[in-house]
Design a protein around this ligand. Structure first.
Ligand code: ACO
Length: 338
């Protein structure tokens, strides 16, 4: 049994904000942001756009690609949407605080009437967790064949725009893949999922959950937002990337020479450079597009996959290794034979 990606898509908000533009209202500058993170710009949603809008757009683009490339027999996006058995949205900035799941909104927007829908809330690792969950749900039930796996985040709504150490890092976006159960040995070959909850406080949005719920009369100087221990996350991330890559290669009896490209979560170019150094790999082995999009959290890996796919950089049979890390603390990796 294989789990092939038969279409990819992305949704990027048109509003592009450069480092220089941020520096007009924040005590920061282009040089610091570029040199510490590799980020040059980010795309941010307008007031009317929420997580489900981006998620649905990226999913429609993935469905449209499957039709254009003839990887399915269906002829329209609407027809193809009806064949989807699961819609899974990985996100930490869904449309609603508690319920319903954003995936349900997306399922309705797509007209995917025959699909179950669920969210995976696991910060920047959400997409890899969603991919493995999707493959698992397809494999346990003969009646399921296709799953839309989406990573979508609008963290611009949950950062403190007066805190220069976090707000400069994030951008909004969504990416999607259409996963199909096949009888080939291609697609998602293996995934690794991991967590270290002892680091939960290192990347956290404290307010609003059952530990510290919103109360009548609450007034905020700054709305609830992400707090981050940047150094701790940095150290965790470098280790997580290096260990996940090593474990995936070992488990599949592959060497790094067998891998065409590593697609890391795009949190900080320096994290990727440090991981490359740790593994004694050339930086070119890692795909980076953080300069344009900043950290789009759950969306960064599927956006990267779609960019690579549409630009023809992924050839059939290539081994691609995706690796993510994020709040939780969590990490995950997936080895894909394209
Ligand atoms: N512009 C200018 N100066 C800044 C900025 C900024 N945007 N941000 C911080 N500084 C200053 C600090 O105030 C500090 O000044 P000081 O020395 O006078 O006190 C100085 O720069 C150094 O600050 P550090 O925080 O020590 O900078 P560091 O080199 O550690 O880089 C960074 C910070 C980029 C956040 C780094 O720690 C990092 O990338 N960590 C990982 C973050 C990450 O990946 N987060 C997302 C995880 S994904 C998820 O799940 C959401």
């Amino acid at each position: 049994m294989g789990f092939e990606i038969i279409g990819t898509g992305r949704a990027i908000p048109p509003k592009r904000v450069t480092n220089d533009e941020l520096a007009k209202t924040l005590d920061t500058n282009d040089e610091w942001i570029r040199s510490h993170t590799g980020i040059e710009a980010r795309h941010l949603v307008d007031e009317r756009t929420s997580c489900s809008d981006l998620a649905a757009e990226s999913a429609r683009n993935a469905l449209a690609m499957a039709i254009e490339q003839g990887t399915c027999v269906e002829k329209t996006v609407e027809e193809l949407a009806l064949t989807v058995d699961m819609v899974i949205v990985g996100s930490s900035s869904g449309d609603y605080f508690c319920c319903p799941a954003t995936a349900c909104i997306v399922q309705d927007m797509l007209g995917a009437k025959n699909a179950g829908a669920m969210d995976i809330v696991n910060a920047c690792s959400s997409f890899i967790y969603a991919l493995e969950t999707g493959a698992g749900l397809l494999s346990v039930n003969k009646g399921r064949r296709r799953a839309l796996i989406i990573g979508a985040d609008v963290l611009s709504r949950f950062v403190d725009w007066s805190d220069r150490s976090t707000c400069v890092l994030f951008g909004d976006g969504a990416g999607a893949v259409l996963l199909e159960k096949t009888d080939t040995q291609s697609g998602v070959l293996r995934a690794i999922l991991g967590a270290d909850g002892s680091g939960a406080e290192d990347l956290i949005m404290r307010k609003g959950g059952s530990r510290d719920p919103f109360k009548k009369g609450d007034a905020f100087a700054v709305p609830p937002h992400i707090e981050m221990n940047g150094r701790a996350v940095y150290v965790f991330a470098v280790n997580a990337i290096a260990e996940t890559i090593t474990k995936l290669l070992d488990a599949e009896h592959l060497t790094i020479e067998d891998i065409a490209l590593i697609v890391p979560h795009q949190a900080n170019a320096r994290i990727v450079q440090a991981a490359a150094k740790r593994l004694a790999l050339p930086e070119e082995k890692f795909f980076l597009n953080i300069a344009e999009y900043a950290n789009t959290s759950s969306a960064s890996i599927p956006i990267a996959l779609d960019e690579l796919n549409r630009s023809g950089r992924l050839r059939k049979g290539d081994h691609i290794l995706c690796v993510a890390f994020g709040a939780g603390l969590t990490y995950g990796g997936a080895l894909i034979r394209w």
